[in-house]
Write a protein that binds this ligand. Sequence first.
Ligand SMILES: C[S@@+](CC[C@H](N)C(=O)[O-])C[C@H]1O[C@@H](n2cnc3c(N)ncnc32)[C@H](O)[C@@H]1O
Length: 210
Amino acid sequence: MEILTKYFTDFTEKQINQFAALKDLYAEWNQKINVISRKDLDNFYEHHVLHSLSIATQFNFPDSYDIMDLGTGGGFPGIPLAIFFPKVRFHLADSINKKLKVVEAVTAAIDLKNVTVQHTRAEDIHNKKFDVVVSRAVAPLKDLWYWSKPLLKKKPVDQPKKITGLICLKGGDLNNEIAESGCRPRIWEIEKIFEEEFFKKKYILQVSSP
Ligand SMILES: C[S@@+](CC[C@H](N)C(=O)[O-])C[C@H]1O[C@@H](n2cnc3c(N)ncnc32)[C@H](O)[C@@H]1O
């Protein structure tokens, strides 16, 4: 937990309690349904929670936002972001239903009211639109953008600064992946935000809505 308060100093008591409860909840649920690797469980707050919250260091989502977490698995980055932005609505979708059982159990246990879940492939959602799609460790940028584009609200012409589009967490050498995607994402190096070794060569990418 200290690694969170090292970088974020304005949590409410409710947020502190919610973040603090996560580790035991995931340790317990992970024995039944594997959503995070055993090794990562030892570094749970750094590898999962802080990594997810890197997005919150660069984007201050307005309360009116609807955000989808595409391929949320056990709830990353969606659950940490939903705790961080308690008035923003988060829709966590995954194609594997049993992982969503973990999301439902965790959100219920910490009384996180701004999260909905959907068992679906992203490409099968046709009746919802979002201000932003977030995603971590799901697919190459090309596929993520292909799936996200129809799910995104159009960028209003009179609000050029509005935060829009696909915001995804990626690692390693991105040159080929970006070239193959045909997108021109904005890129942030997480190692410039958080000093821990884990964040070397990890990036936040944003492709704005058309
Ligand atoms: C490696 S896991 C990552 C889970 C989570 N985002 C995280 O970072 O811990 C990838 C997840 O993406 C989901 N997934 C892959 N393609 C998908 C799609 N087209 N629509 C919805 N979920 C998808 C998989 O079911 C899996 O749970």
